[in-house]
Write a protein that binds this ligand. Structure first.
Ligand SMILES: *Cc1c(COP(=O)(O)O)cnc(C)c1O
Length: 406
């Protein structure tokens, strides 16, 4: 008879990962065991305020009751059919997501990277079938310091050497221009250009917010050049910036929008390419697909996410709390913060390097019960669940002040 397994503590679990888990991440030393709303609890029962929110995959907090209920209900009925058959949840999901984002058609996928890959394929096919670019010549213009995912094709147009190095040969057909630079974009676009693919706010780069007029400029330029404007809203979309989509800050309508992360409600991976019928209509049966894309569980959770966003409550909360975040960071500028950028409930904060790396600051915040993630160098990123209260946000800013001014 074997003794029942003794539950392992955080330190032991972290040590146990080392020999069996690929080392492609360097997580903070916290082992989360349960969570609710904005709060997570580790194996020892210590509580932390989650100011990362799964890189915006948890915009509605952990285990939002409406989302968990939608998942439970669907688990008891039907979870997977593959697209070989129809399922009774997919039409409603696509209709409501298209309506929410003001467009016609939805291509359901699973992860963000798959949505980006799908958009690359759709843009190229559109270039050949509709625009008349000679076969094999289509180009896609992207921005430096982008983050669009981790597949071989996507890292082909990354400028982050850590993400690329050792993974070639790379997919050709991409041109990289500086972000927030319309003149550079203009000179890179020509008759071979299928699309311009950018993030309306560059998340992983450190929440880089472009100048006012940039997104409008991209829209006008792509329209003039007869190529597609593809906005990667996988992190910026679905409420984060105070609007359903970050492009709404300039009332811009891209041809194609990529969604992911929060679309799965923090429960299942759900992504989508949404766009006009003239564009997504280039796909015919057999040309693209995914075994799990549009599965009934994903569609049920995704529909519940869309229902939350239809109320406008989460976008409003992000907009209302934006000044609390911004003013709090402004008050810390010169007191440990050397600069920051924010939009909605989202901020990239450059900490004085003399105080430590972003990683060290993140570890100190963790010990004080606040979870964030560093990006590059001494930058930390704040992206709390949109369900956070004003008091919780102020408390977290107080903890940041304490850590920076200790
Ligand atoms: C996270 C992210 C992706 C990739 O999504 P995955 O689900 O991790 O594949 C793509 N684009 C942006 C802007 C992202 O933030």
């Amino acid at each position: 008879m074997t003794a029942p397994a003794r539950p392992r503590g955080s330190e032991e679990l972290i040590r146990a990962e080392e020999p069996v888990l690929a080392h492609n991440y360097h997580p903070l030393p916290v082992v989360v065991a349960r969570a609710e709303g904005c709060w997570v609890e580790d194996v020892e029962g210590r509580r932390y305020l989650d100011l990362l929110a799964g890189y915006s995959a948890l915009n509605f907090g952990h285990r939002h009751p409406a989302l968990v209920e939608a998942a439970h209900r669907q688990l008891d009925r039907l979870t997977l059919t593959s697209r070989a058959f129809h399922n009774d949840r997919l039409a409603g999901f696509a209709e409501r997501l298209a309506a929410l984002t003001g467009t016609d058609m939805v291509l359901p996928m699973n992860t963000g990277a798959e949505a980006v890959e799908s958009a690359v394929k759709v843009a190229r096919k559109w270039a050949y079938d509709v625009k008349g670019v000679p076969d094999g010549r289509a180009t896609i213009v992207v921005a430096a310091d982008n983050f669009h995912g981790r597949t071989t094709t996507i890292v082909s147009f990354s400028t982050d050497e850590t993400a690329r190095s050792g993974f070639g040969p790379f997919t050709p057909g991409f041109r990289i221009v500086p972000y927030n630079d319309l003149a550079a974009l203009e000179s890179a676009v020509d008759e071979t250009t299928a699309a311009v693919l950018i993030e309306p706010v560059q998340g992983e780069a450190g929440v880089i917010v472009p100048d006012d007029g940039y997104l409008t400029g991209v829209r006008e330029l792509t329209r003039r050049a007869g190529c597609l404007f593809v906005a990667d809203e996988i992190q910026s979309g679905l409420g984060r910036t105070g609007h359903t989509l970050a492009v709404e800050h300039e009332s811009v309508r891209p041809d194609v929008v990529l969604l992911g992360k929060a679309l799965g409600g923090g429960i299942v991976p759900v992504s989508a390419v949404v766009g006009r019928r003239e564009v997504l209509g280039v796909l015919h049966p057999g040309e693209h697909g995914s075994t799990f894309g549009g599965n009934p569980l994903a569609a049920a959770v995704g529909t519940a996410v869309v229902e939350l966003l239809e109320t406008g409550e989460y976008q409003r909360r992000a907009a209302e709390l934006a000044p609390v975040l911004r003013d709090g960071l402004r008050a810390l500028t010169g007191r440990g913060v050397v600069g920051f950028r924010s939009r909605g409930l989202w901020a990239g904060v450059d900490v004085d390097p003399a105080l430590g790396t972003g990683r060290e600051i993140s570890e100190r915040l963790m010990r004080e019960g606040v979870l964030v993630k560093d990006t590059h160098g001494s930058t930390i990123r704040l992206a709390p669940p949109l369900t956070i209260t004003r008091g919780e946000l102020e408390g977290a800013l107080g903890t940041l002040e304490k850590v920076l001014t200790a």
